[in-house]
Design a protein around this ligand. Structure first.
Ligand code: T4K
Length: 398
């Protein structure tokens, strides 16, 4: 451990930056015949044969009765809200990506922010019920970083109060809860297949549900409500996946299970080293989960570790480690939401604290054990050199 840290004038650990994630991609050899077929057929979009094949395979993979694909996860969520006719107020978490509350805004719905559990980072089901008002029509819990929410408690609350539940499962592809694939909970679930996700179709997304009418409404909505050349049944939008994205999906789907195994190995290696350092803690994955290891997050207690999250972030960047502050800023602190009554920081202490303390570290298929070792090694050095580092970056506050 003789390395001089980059923040103290040494050379960066990674000459080529190491990103928080990198997409899984099919080889050119795998892609070429499918691309050729698509180009020759000149059938590029509008529910073509590759989209149909991909949806069939996805339904099997997700183990859900119905499944539809979209051009991205955001529109999949937005249309689920429409299809279930949510209105008024919908309860959700502030500790999520911008897309979650923004889809409510785009549906003219007021987001009601509920604090999170400080261990699992998911909706605090104890607080959830107290936020239900006569205007509440639904709940959008997020399986944050792929960790399943307390689905049983949420179902109980929703059933009693007559509320719809749409899970934002953007991070939870391949996850199971108590032996059941994650897309089988609530009224519907949304998945994201963005390039940064464990499974990607370049851009893309999907919904799963068990109710045939809901499934049909979703399919109509994603194609302008067009049922046939002579029939438009609803005010839909263009949310279709194209054929090249679907071909990408067909090829990448074969790689998901292996990808989860590789990530598990890297994730456990990170944990075995970082667990030994004081002031670091980790998301508590639900004990009934089959987890997908989609993100590697670490929560930093600045008093114990010696550096704040923001100081660590700067140190890591200097080393070429492109860690990310998912999710900072917190959605409830965005200018568009901060005036909402439930966005008050005092009502969301766990979410605000976590947002100031969390870092997502690089985790993806192509990473090596050595990458993990090099990243964790500098973590030790950051901790042991905290005082010197603080002097060199006095202007960074947390
Ligand atoms: N709900 C939740 C809870 C979500 O997290 C998301 C998306 C959604 C809903 C909406 O789903 P989509 O509509 O996106 O399908 C990224 C993604 O854009 C976003 O999809 C994702 N969540 C969010 C957590 O992360 P950024 O702004 O962090 O991405 P960016 O461009 O900074 O990329 C991060 C790193 O990934 C880069 O530093 C390098 C690597 N990368 C990225 C891209 C785009 C690549 O290696 N190749 C690439 O093509 O938002």
């Amino acid at each position: 451990m003789s390395k001089k840290l980059a923040i103290l004038g040494g050379r960066p650990s990674f000459k080529n930056k190491i990103y928080v994630t990198r997409p899984v991609i099919p080889s050119l050899k795998e892609l070429e015949p499918l691309l050729k077929d698509i180009l020759e057929s000149k059938w590029l979009t509008n529910d073509g044969p590759y989209v149909q094949q991909f949806e069939k395979q996805l339904r099997e993979f997700l183990g859900a009765p119905y499944c539809s694909v979209y051009c991205n996860g955001t529109l999949a969520l937005q249309l689920s809200i429409q299809a279930l006719r949510l209105s008024g107020e919908v309860i959700t978490t502030p500790f999520t990506f911008a897309a979650t509350p923004h889809t409510l805004y785009w549906n003219n719905i007021t987001p009601v922010f509920c604090d999170i559990d400080s261990g699992t980072y998911n909706l605090d089901t104890e607080q959830l019920e107290s936020l239900i008002s006569p205007k509440t029509t639904g709940i959008i819990p997020v399986h944050v970083f792929g960790n399943p929410c307390k689905v049983e408690q949420i179902e109980k609350i929703a059933t009693y109060h007559g509320l719809k539940v749409i899970y934002d499962a953007a991070h939870a592809f391949g996850v199971e809860f108590d032996g059941k694939p994650i897309g089988n909970f609530g009224d519907a679930s949304m998945f994201s297949f963005h390039a940064t996700k464990i499974f990607n179709t370049l851009e893309g997304g999907a919904t799963s549900c068990s109710e045939p009418n809901l499934h049909q409404r979703l399919r109509d909505l994603r194609n302008f409500g067009i049922k046939s050349e002579e029939e438009v049944v609803s005010p839909g939008i263009n949310a279709k996946m194209n054929e090249i994205e679907a071909a990408f999906g067909i090829l990448n789907l074969k790689k998901v299970r292996k990808s989860i195994q590789k990530r598990k190995m890297l994730f456990e290696r990170y944990h075995s080293y970082l667990n030994k350092l004081p002031g670091l803690s980790f998301q508590q994955i639900h004990p009934k989960a089959y987890y997908n290891y989609s993100y590697l997050t670490v929560e930093i207690n600045p008093e114990v570790f010696g550096l704040t999250r923001d100081e660590l972030y700067v140190c890591m960047r200097k080393e070429g480690i492109m860690a990310r502050k998912y999710f900072w800023p917190l959605c409830s602190n965005y200018p568009c939401y901060k005036a909402l009554p439930t966005a008050n920081k005092n009502l969301l202490p766990n979410a605000n604290r976590l947002s100031e303390r969390i870092l997502s570290l690089p985790l993806y298929d192509d990473m090596t054990k050595k990458d993990v070792d090099d990243i964790t090694k500098v973590f030790y050095l950051f901790h042991h050199n905290a005082e010197k580092i603080k002097i060199s970056i006095p202007d960074i506050q947390n």
